[in-house]
Design a protein around this ligand. Sequence first.
Ligand code: XMP
Length: 506
Amino acid sequence: MQKIIILDFGSQTTQLIGRRVREMRTFCEILPYNKFPAGDPDIIGVILSGSPLSVYAPDSFHPDLSQIVGKYPLLGICYGAQLLSYEFGGKVESVQSREYGRAMLERVESSDPLLQGIEGGTQVWMSHGDSITALPQGYRRIASTGSVELAAFRSSSLPVWGVQFHPEVEHSLIGKKLIENFVCGICGSRGEWDPESFIDTTIAELKAQLGDDKVVLGLSGGVDSSVAAVLLNRAIGDRLNCIFVDHGLLRKNEFKEVLDTYLGLGLNVIGVDASELFYNDLAGVEDPERKRKIIGADFIKVFDAEAAKIDGVKWLAQGTIYPDRIESLNITGKTIKSHHNVGGLPERMALKLCEPLKWLFKDEVREVGRVLGIPETLIGRHPFPGPGLAVRIMGDVTSEKIAVLQNVDDIFIKKLRAWGLYDKVWQAGAILLNDSTVGVMGDERTYERAVALRAVTSVDAMTADWADLPREFLQEVSNEIINKVKGVNRVCYDISSKPPATIEWQ
Ligand code: XMP
């Protein structure tokens, strides 16, 4: 299958370039700047990403571009563009005023294949300290902005382009068109990458890879493991054995509802109620990290025991997705580290690892899930932390506290849905505080629990802002919680962003 290679120089928006290329129904791989897979016959083009470093920084990245330039269409973005200019004899200078934010394109050479359909006067997004002040010989300007003369350029004889701005970010209004021009026009993508073809080829590959072997998979109720399970089920039917562990820390009624959905999807799944084990091991534990460790260890214990009951399992399947695996550059140490986390489970269990979603971004997993007929209640659900409500209960975890929090959370989430707000926030939930607070109900003084509500907007959970929910909505939720949930007399709304706060309180 045709592919674009994106060489990563450490920019925060490298993954976004990948997503934009995929939106053009074109497969792409993000690789460290020095790992160009020369000789791969499927490559149709290369993109060089931005970087927090200057081309002059002593530890900046200067890979050998001779295997790329002139051999494949090449687009340099920001640092990528500066690198091209610098390497081929142009001039890159540190400018007095660093330029961040919006700029307007001017003097656009709209006949150039990269800029076709793009007019002057449209907004692009800049973020750079250095600027290209002279182009290498044989290169020419194809667009400027008010303060950047050489905002876009190309080689007159080779298929090489550079843009100083960031076409991959939403704020570059012509960015999508520019990437389309590069990927579909210049590189000649046939647009082969779509959910249907992904499903067909993956099912065929899984059949070939797994043969008659049995596979075990842990379902969490989340999108990734659910989509992986349905895909595998289509490939090998009941030889996929799914295990859904209830640690007793899920939302109200969630275990039963999700299990019913899984059964409705035809999955061979067993639900294991292990809540007592988790509650016992969590008793009296207040420290958040200890809670996480206990829950992680108990999960493995239960999963191991259940998997051992299935005869002849050879594979462990996981819902690992592409962002979990992209090797990212550690700019400070200049070392390459892998984010891939398989939790040590396959080694412990002497199983081979199967990861059918390993090439997909999150939004692609959802698209594939929809095409597979998985209901929206599973596909569109908010992220939920693995340790569940344990990290939303301040202090120790008891079944009484869990029940109170489940009722509060249930009211909040149902109201979000009823008001049409659920899909407008990234994630929402309730937190049970450890201290009681004074209130008055009727003529009586109360001394009961306080809860906090948290709803955030985000694109990837790395940063988040508190959701500006309507006052009338918050009022209705607060009234209902205090009236209906026994033991709660106060409701707060968390208005902290991440950073400096985090999404979860623990
Ligand atoms: P924070 O609190 O770090 O959360 O801003 C970022 C995202 O990660 C989720 N989260 C977890 N997920 N195990 C998980 O599987 C955990 O221990 C955990 N802690 C936080 C959180 O819900 C948010 O989506």
